[in-house]
Design a binder for this molecule. Structure first.
Ligand code: HEC
Length: 123
């Protein structure tokens, strides 16, 4: 590989790190309050402890409190709006051996949920 290619790869990697450590992420046109309604309707709490939902507090998946501060989704995908939206609709498409199943939600609903998840930054 030429020195030029290495230089641009390094720049890309450094850029990606800066991106991941930025705490606030925004999703144009998405509504966190609508996202929480979808979360309640779909029953994400069957598998996740979720701030604002008293019951159930499922344990199959990680608690979602503080999710906005995590740099990775499921420990292996970059926590960025586009990736998160795709994850919420069809996790096995991104991570074939994951324990989280696909959800019956539209792309717009997934974007609302992602916007809501990015409000969970208390810790
Ligand atoms: C059948 C159980 C189940 C349901 C239902 C479920 N999840 Fe999950 N979820 C999981 C599991 C298990 C993981 C861990 C996946 C992994 O590590 O591969 C996970 C991971 C996640 C993550 C990544 C968390 C992190 O800290 O990396 C988010 C965000 C998430 N789920 C949100 C949701 C939302 C929102 C819903 C509802 C639309 C939902 N989940 C429905 C089981 C579930």
């Amino acid at each position: 590989m030429s020195a030029g290619v290495w230089a641009s790869l390094t720049a890309l990697l450094l850029g990606a790190c800066g991106e991941a450590s930025k705490p606030a992420r925004t999703i144009a046109g998405a509504d966190p309050a609508r996202g929480l309604e979808v979360v309640e309707r779909v029953g994400c709490a069957a598998c996740h402890a979720i701030p604002g939902i008293a019951w159930p507090q499922g344990r199959a998946g990680p608690p979602l409190e503080g999710f906005a501060a995590r740099s990775m989704i499921a420990g292996r995908l970059p926590n960025q709006p586009e990736v998160l939206t795709a994850w919420l609709i069809d996790p096995p498409a991104l991570s074939p051996d994951t324990g989280m199943p696909p959800s019956p939600i539209s792309e717009a609903e997934a974007r609302d949920i992602a916007a809501w998840l990015y409000t969970l930054d208390e810790r």
